[in-house]
Design a protein around this ligand. Structure first.
Ligand code: ADE
Ligand code: ZN
Length: 321
């Protein structure tokens, strides 16, 4: 089996409908009508509806044990598909909406990572992520909480949410708080907006990686800049098709980005929402983009080389390839 690595998965968005139902029951909560369709899958049609469904599903993750279980089950599933390293993006804002403090949410995730490494040998790390449409002040709060509670597993700071809300410069303060404290940074850009959104992110935020970034393909100057600045692209093809960024894999720019010289990696984003897994993303790359096992292994190597983990962990992982 080709060994895999995942750099872009939203932790709350990894919880399957089945797990969300189990957590709701454990917490004596009713799930809102309309969260699932007749087949039991998450129901949403547009990107903004997806974000709402994500919020509703996250509301059942209410205790440190819940966060531990979400993390553990996700890492278990990734390990079963050949993943040796996963960075999960956690959202303290979603934890707070469910009534949990920063440290409790972090403690739960850490124990999930520890237990999964013990049981399956998979290494997990955390990127604490703010939510763009909640605004710059909330992002600063999240950055301050993150740097006030350092932990060796917390290796990054990032931002997801509605790419069309606010401007990257509004988040410069939050990102610099995190970056100055030694955290590596990523940001979603070039998913729900065009190349100008990526350029603004590069101009204003201290990022090494960009989530999605697929719409960079529309601007050759931007492609050169991504190469010059050594930016890694966290490409999530299944997510892009599910959300309608491209109509099909034939028109997806993965190969064009790679062949232009960009550092491309493969990730699953919010697997059960988009009917995917990290294993499925590699299968898509094999089937739809004709990548050989050797090329898939090179993608994994690129992911690990550009992981936010410390160099000793990266070296240990590279030795396994
Ligand atoms: N949060 C969870 N998934 C996301 C995505 N694909 N884009 C932006 N924010 C997100
Ligand atoms: Zn994402």
């Amino acid at each position: 089996m080709v060994l895999k690595a995942e750099l872009h998965a939203h932790l709350e968005g990894t919880a399957s409908p089945d797990l969300v139902k189990r957590l709701a029951q454990r917490n004596s909560m009713n799930l809102p009508d309309g969260l699932f369709d007749a087949e039991g899958n998450y129901r949403w049609a547009t990107f903004l509806e997806f974000l709402k469904a994500y919020d509703l599903a996250s509301a059942v993750i209410k205790t440190p044990l819940d966060y531990r279980d979400v993390t553990y089950e996700y890492l278990k599933q990734c390990a079963s598909e050949g993943a040796i390293y996963v960075e999960v993006m956690s959202s303290p804002d979603h934890a707070a909406m469910a009534g949990m403090g920063y440290q409790d949410h972090l403690d739960g995730i850490i124990s999930g990572i520890e237990d999964a490494e013990k049981d399956f040998g998979i290494i997990g790390r955390i990127i604490v992520t703010c939510v763009r449409h909640l605004g710059p002040e909330q992002a600063v709060n999240v950055a301050r909480q993150t740097v006030a509670a350092p932990h060796p597993y917390v290796v990054g700071f990032g931002m997801g949410g509605d790419e069309n809300a606010h401007h990257p410069s509004d988040f410069s303060k939050a990102f610099h708080i995190a970056h100055d404290a030694g955290l590596s940074c990523n940001v979603h850009a070039g998913e729900m907006a065009g190349p100008e959104s990526i350029i603004a992110a590069l101009d204003h935020l201290p990022v090494q990686r960009i989530g999605h970034c697929v719409r960079a393909i529309e601007d050759p100057y931007l492609i050169s800049r991504l190469i010059d600045e050594d930016i890694t692209l966290e490409v999530c093809p299944g997510s892009n098709i599910a959300l309608g960024v491209y109509p099909d894999f034939r028109t997806h720019p993965f190969l064009k980005l790679r062949d232009a010289g960009c550092k491309v990696t493969l990730s699953s984003d919010d697997p059960p929402f988009f009917h995917t897994t990290i294993g499925n993303e590699y299968a898509i790359a094999s089937r739809e983009f004709n990548l050989s096992d050797q090329e898939l292994s090179e993608i994994t190597k690129c992911s690990i080389e550009n992981a936010f983990a410390d160099q000793a962990t990266i070296d240990k992982l590279l030795a396994r390839l």
